[in-house]
Design a protein around this ligand. Structure first.
Ligand SMILES: Cc1cc2nc3c(=O)[nH]c(=O)nc-3n(C[C@H](O)[C@H](O)[C@H](O)COP(=O)(O)OP(=O)(O)OC[C@H]3O[C@@H](n4cnc5c(N)ncnc54)[C@H](O)[C@@H]3O)c2cc1C
Ligand SMILES: *[C@@H]1O[C@H](CO)[C@@H](O)[C@H](O)[C@H]1NC(C)=O
Ligand SMILES: *[C@@H]1O[C@H](CO)[C@@H](O)[C@H](O)[C@H]1NC(C)=O
Length: 323
């Protein structure tokens, strides 16, 4: 059976992976495709770190994704399994850290190990993904499975049905779900980060009153440092004032190891928009459409779990049509 997927970000691509696994024939139709570096889509600009989130919904989806990437990273040793440390300044115990029994080598830090201002800290093993490698790798893998990629800007989902000559469409259009009218809850959340030359080989994240992180990129000789979460800010240009602010916060996070880091090490500034949604992501059926968008700052963290759910929903639609 033929399925069309609108969107070629990590959600559309991973959905194509689970659907082809289940024997479906898939056509992906998208304005932006792996290899493109426009600001019109989110996936190339993620860190990307597998940091599950204590307060975000869909623990089942996050858990399935973590397991998938963990297996992938161990099948291919060139993908990154790294030690990660998280700090929080908005909670002082780890009762909300549901993933402490999921991630390998979880260890709560002692108070003396915490940076100034932080109330909770722990480390564990997790993975990073370099989207600039991973997305083209996924595309190639899908092409090998016979998936067709068509570059097109769509006005409606029915246009996708016509192009792919099929009934069931997966709507993985990220912020497209807003642009294409309709879901008023979809909103961009601006991020600004910097790619710096550094040999730092561990992940660090601080959450609570600010959002600061270092995400090493395997084999790139550097790391992504950030960041911000700015709702309703549509500015595509780099905010120069944020650069020293991000660096200062990152230095605070890194302590001794951050001492050498300077703005002169910055090779690239990144401004991109997380496809967020009030109420969180949406993975559900509406008519002959399976919606899969609104993953905000956690698209990679959700991706495989979301794609498995998409496959179940497509199966349900197929069964209905047989009755
Ligand atoms: C700075 C930054 C850091 C991030 N860090 C992380 C991280 O560490 N971990 C993590 O899990 N996530 C992270 N994210 C979030 C992650 O990048 C997103 O959640 C994820 O990429 C969303 O994927 P998506 O497939 O839903 O959307 P997108 O990647 O935006 O893809 C949307 C697709 O739909 C297509 N499309 C849209 N409208 C139309 C149309 N009208 N016609 C045809 N095609 C259309 C686009 O061309 C594109 O192919 C980060 C995001 C940013 C900005
Ligand atoms: C843990 O922290 C939360 C919020 O900070 C608090 O409500 C809760 O009582 C704490 N639990 C324990 C066991 O200390
Ligand atoms: C995706 O879903 C949203 C919300 O229902 C809708 O507005 C939008 O038109 C859909 N995407 C496409 C490509 O039609």
């Amino acid at each position: 059976m033929e399925i069309a997927i609108v969107g070629s970000g990590v959600i559309g691509l991973m959905s194509a992976l689970t659907l082809t696994d289940a024997g479906y024939k898939v056509t992906i139709i998208a304005r932006d495709l792996p290899g493109d570096d426009s600001q019109d889509w989110a996936s190339p600009w993620a860190g990307a770190a597998m940091f599950p989130h204590p307060d975000a919904k869909g623990q089942d989806l996050q858990t399935e994704s973590f397991k998938y990437y963990w297996a992938l990273a161990h099948r291919d040793p060139t993908s990154g399994v790294l030690k990660a440390t998280e700090y929080y300044d908005d909670r002082d115990n780890d009762t909300s850290i549901w993933y402490k029994t999921l991630v390998p080598r979880y260890r709560r830090l002692k108070e003396t190990e915490l940076p100034a201002g932080s109330k909770l800290g722990f480390d564990f093993l997790t993975m990073t993904i370099n989207p600039l490698r991973f997305l083209p790798w996924l595309k190639k893998e899908l092409e090998r499975r016979g998936v067709r990629f068509i570059r097109r800007t769509l006005e409606t989902l029915d246009a996708a049905r016509t192009i792919a000559n099929c009934r069931i469409v997966v709507n993985a259009s990220g912020l497209g779900a807003l642009q294409l009218a309709g879901d008023e809850d979809v909103m961009p959340v601006r991020g600004q980060t910097m790619f710096v030359k550094t040999d730092i080989d561990f992940l660090k994240l601080m959450q609570g009153s600010h959002y600061t992180y270092v995400i090493p990129r395997m084999y790139s000789g550097g790391a992504i440092i950030g960041g911000v979460s700015q709702e309703g800010n549509f500015e595509r240009k780099v905010d120069e004032g944020l650069r020293p602010d991000i660096l200062r916060r990152v230095k605070g996070l890194l302590g001794e190891k951050g001492k050498e880091l300077e703005l002169g090490d910055v090779e690239k500034d990144i401004v991109a928009f997380r496809p967020s949604r009030k109420g969180g992501y949406r993975v559900e059926v509406e008519g002959d459409t399976v919606h899969a968008y609104g993953f905000g700052s956690l698209g990679y963290v959700y991706s495989f779990g979301a794609a498995e759910k998409v496959r179940e929903l497509v199966r349900g639609l197929e069964r209905q049509s047989r009755l």
